[in-house]
Design a protein around this ligand. Structure first.
Ligand code: FES
Length: 122
């Protein structure tokens, strides 16, 4: 059901775990499937020096979190804010239609983590 890129990120997920001293944390859940994805960011000089994630979700959520962290790492906060759900799905070479919501969790959680970081700057 999944293409080789998705399978690779599902079987060898990148950047899994927690950043204990994270500057921002974002958690998103999906009501229909009950899955949850959490993103941690470390921001240094306006750039995402580290991004990690944890998920209690399906294979597509695992792969989406993994791809998202790869897309976001090293980007500025502004650039990372522009990463869309579609970008994650496209970088994975597509997800089956019924699994599109899984990639939404990842980008949404990143945006929440960045908003969390922003709210702490004030
Ligand atoms: Fe819910 Fe994939 S089925 S995140």
């Amino acid at each position: 059901m999944y293409n080789p890129t998705v399978m690779d990120h599902f079987e060898n997920p990148r950047n899994v775990g927690e950043i204990p001293d994270a500057d921002g944390i974002g958690e998103v859940g999906n009501l229909s499937c009950g899955d949850i994805l959490k993103v941690y960011v470390k921001v240094v000089d306006g750039k995402l020096e580290d991004v990690k994630y944890q998920t209690f979700g399906c294979g597509a959520a695992v792969a989406s979190g993994s791809m998202l962290t790869e897309l976001a790492k090293g980007k500025t906060v502004e650039e990372a804010m522009k990463i869309t759900n579609n970008d994650v799905a496209e970088a994975l070479n597509g997800l089956p239609p019924q699994k599109r919501h899984c990639s939404n969790l990842a980008a949404d959680a990143l945006h929440k983590a960045l908003e969390d970081w922003r709210s702490k700057q004030k």
